[in-house]
Design a protein around this ligand. Structure first.
Ligand SMILES: N[C@@H](CCC(=O)N[C@@H](CS)C(=O)NCC(=O)O)C(=O)O
Length: 195
């Protein structure tokens, strides 16, 4: 049995929590290493791309959350075996990574007026493209946007209740159904019950 260590920040959030959940859902025990900001400052330069999460497998580091998810998922029935289905999954995973890269800087804008302007711009532009993909709602103007099956708040898009009538009917409901399914997965329930 391989030895797994998942290194991330001490937060039940974002890319690191997704990897922890994948390991737990796969039934793998792992060392859950959580770094504080000082520890991260010291460790950053020695990670493969200067970012977390990193999964260490028998001493070999693997970075990039989607690579980690695919690595775990493909070996434990959490990722499709059929090549086109697998590629579709990966396409969505890549699109979520793009989304985070686009929306992350907006969440960190300090000036509230500028933040609202940036959100409106994203809602009218980039997020419309996402809406067309029928994967995500668009009520992100007044609240931050995160997608992560980790807490009640973050299980929503934008820490907000989606307003189905404001977007393409069905698109956000599909996402919310997916979020609910993740939330109710017995292994996910088990993970949060241990905390
Ligand atoms: N594409 C990378 C992005 C990794 C990333 O940006 N990680 C953030 C935390 S979610 C991080 O390490 N931030 C601290 C830093 O860059 O110094 C992935 O999916 O793993």
């Amino acid at each position: 049995m391989a030895l797994y260590k998942l290194t991330y920040f001490d937060a039940a959030a974002s890319r690191g929590e997704e990897c922890r959940l994948a390991l737990h859902v796969a039934g793998l025990s792992f060392e859950d290493e959580r770094l504080n900001r000082d520890q991260w400052t010291v460790r950053k330069a020695s990670t493969p791309f200067g970012a977390l999460p990193v999964l260490t497998v028998d001493g070999r580091p693997l970075a990039q959350s989607n690579a980690i998810l695919r690595f775990i998922g493909s070996q434990h029935g959490l990722h499709p075996a059929e090549p086109f289905e697998a590629a579709l999954h990966e396409s969505l995973m890549c699109a979520v990574e793009d989304l985070r890269t686009r929306m992350g800087p907006i969440i960190r804008i300090k000036d509230e007026v500028e933040k609202k302007r940036a959100r409106q711009e994203a809602a009218a532009g980039y997020l419309q493209e996402w809406g067309a993909a029928e994967h995500v709602g668009r009520d992100v103007i007044d609240r931050p946007l995160q997608i992560c099956p980790d807490s009640d708040e973050q299980l929503q898009i934008g820490h907000a209740q989606l307003r189905p009538r404001q977007v393409r009917p069905g698109a956000d409901l599909t996402l919310l159904r997916l979020v609910e399914a993740v939330k109710q997965h017995p292994r996910v329930v088990d993970w949060y019950a241990r905390k």
